[in-house]
Design a protein around this ligand. Structure first.
Ligand SMILES: Cc1cc2nc3c(=O)[nH]c(=O)nc-3n(C[C@H](O)[C@H](O)[C@H](O)COP(=O)(O)OP(=O)(O)OC[C@H]3O[C@@H](n4cnc5c(N)ncnc54)[C@H](O)[C@@H]3O)c2cc1C
Ligand SMILES: *[C@@H]1O[C@H](CO)[C@@H](O)[C@H](O)[C@H]1NC(C)=O
Ligand SMILES: *[C@@H]1O[C@H](CO)[C@@H](O)[C@H](O)[C@H]1NC(C)=O
Length: 430
């Protein structure tokens, strides 16, 4: 165990996405002088990172107070810390169903509101919104009918410009002396290197595609949806899954009246954000159960496509949800071409809990950060603390973040709507 005064171990972080960057920054800010980050892309933010995006929702309402408390802490940092503040926009979060949503989908909101209203952080922040008239009070710029929209508006929420925030953390890491190695040859890890020390199996480093070997006292994997590729024993706990993301291009004149609109999630259709300041692009995502890609794998794992080009489409159904939403909210843009189509990959767990733990049988030498389940970006300002904690304690004490016994996971419950039609190779594409 490392104490305050003993020398800090050397640390190798694989993956410079949201969680790898957050970890590198916290460690480098806490006296760790030997931190190296390996990343397969040759730029940061990586084009493979789920966080390399115009925006991500920052909100704290969860059915589980554990995540609410953490998200509230993260939001305080988004609001005040000079590193994150420039990238945070507290426009509020409008979470509704449209008129045509199934009754069951509409019903969920009552229970949900009761549960979040019990938390002190939301006092005076959350209000119900029913019907077009009330919607237009919250978002006067919505010119479409929005008839029968119903749900709630939360003022303690908004979005972060996630690519810019990632870049800011990367720059701060470089300033603190973190060593980044980027690119396919020297930055893409293809193998973990093990040794037997005093008859114990220990991960002593990694090997890259170009056969470079890096050694460190502690190896931390932050590979997003790619992680089961490197440690297949994680396969039963984590599934690589994706959602389709698109933009529409607005002119500066078209974007101006939409400045300041809340992040809006029409649960049965899609969610969208205020136009991006730099590009005037509006982002849309239909967030269903997520799509898998088991087709390419030999060992029963769902993994992202290796080439970026192969992820440049969205499911055809997603396009029709987005068109319907445009009719409802911005009919003037209903026929605008959908551009920048791509799949955004995340690491999904059955209970949506993160996995932040030592890999078994590695003598506490190898840590995995995984299972973001599509809600990990908001934690950027505090995520590194979670990792520092277990690095210094030598174990994970938070049960829900522990490495789970794989056989148990496999036999219980069903994953987020697992059906054959969610497999990418079997669906029509747009
Ligand atoms: C469509 C979509 C919407 C989302 N919306 C939200 C939201 O609104 N709010 C929110 O909080 N979160 C959201 N998320 C989730 C958020 O983006 C993720 O939780 C977060 O990015 C996870 O960080 P990560 O570091 O684990 O993975 P990533 O950010 O994906 O980073 C993984 C990194 O590992 C690198 N890598 C992979 N394999 C290798 C290798 N072999 N060698 C070296 N490097 C490698 C990749 O290039 C990448 O840079 C969303 C995700 C998606 C897909
Ligand atoms: C939106 O509200 C529904 C309940 O109406 C809830 O189940 C869902 O988690 C909320 N979405 C977000 C992103 O908070
Ligand atoms: C392996 O773990 C044991 C017991 O925790 C510890 O004493 C030893 O130093 C570790 N070995 C290595 C190489 O980390």
């Amino acid at each position: 165990m490392t104490t305050q005064d003993s020398p800090k171990p050397s640390v190798l972080i694989v993956g410079a996405g949201c969680w790898g960057l957050a970890t590198a920054y916290t460690l480098a800010s806490s006296g760790y002088t030997k931190v190296t980050v390996l990343e397969k892309d040759d730029v940061v933010p990586s084009r493979f990172s789920a966080g390399n995006d115009l925006n991500k929702v920052i909100r704290a309402e969860y059915a589980d107070n554990f995540y609410t408390d953490l998200s509230v802490r993260a939001i305080r940092k988004w609001q005040t810390d000079p590193l994150y503040k420039p990238h945070f926009h507290q426009n509020g979060f409008l979470n509704v169903t449209s008129e045509s949503a199934p009754q069951a989908t509409k019903d969920v909101v009552t229970n949900y509101l009761t549960s979040i209203r019990g938390h002190p952080a939301f006092e005076g922040q959350v209000s119900t919104v029913h019907g077009a008239e009330e919607i237009k009070k919250v978002a006067p710029a919505f010119t479409g009918p929005t008839a029968g929209w119903s749900g709630y508006f939360n003022k303690l929420a908004g979005y972060a410009h996630s690519a810019d925030a990632s870049k800011a953390v990367y720059d701060a890491c470089v300033k603190l002396g973190v060593n980044f190695v980027l690119g396919r040859d020297n930055g893409e890890v293809t193998e973990l290197v093990y040794d037997t020390i005093s008859s114990r199996r220990v991960c002593v480093g990694v090997k890259t595609r170009g056969n470079q070997i890096y050694h460190a006292d502690k190896v931390i994997l932050a590979l997003g949806a790619d992680v089961p590729g490197l440690i297949p024993q994680l396969g039963p706990q984590v599934t690589g899954r994706c959602w389709g993301v698109v933009h529409i291009q607005l002119t500066p004149e078209e974007a101006r009246p939409l400045r300041g609109i809340p992040v809006t999630n029409v649960r049965d259709l899609a969610f969208f954000f205020e136009p991006d300041e730099a590009t005037n692009k509006l982002k849309f995502c239909h967030m269903g159960g997520g799509f898998t890609n088991f087709a390419l794998s030999q060992n029963g794992l769902s993994l992202p496509y290796e080439k970026l080009e192969d992820s440049q489409f969205i499911p055809l159904d997603d396009e029709s949800y987005i068109r319907k939403l445009l009719q409802e909210v911005f009919p003037q843009f209903a026929d605008r071409p959908l551009i920048d189509k791509h799949l955004c990959w995340f690491a999904d767990t059955i209970d949506s809990d993160y996995i932040i733990d030592y890999v078994p049988d590695t003598n506490s030498s190898l840590i995995v950060l995984s299972g973001d389940s599509g809600h990990g970006f908001k934690m950027l300002p505090i995520f590194g603390e979670f990792v520092k904690e277990i690095l210094e304690r030598g174990s994970q004490n938070i049960a829900k973040w522990q490495w789970k016994d794989d056989t148990k996971q496999k036999s219980t419950g069903t994953w987020r709507g697992d059906t054959a039609t969610q497999e990418l190779s079997k669906i029509p594409r747009a």
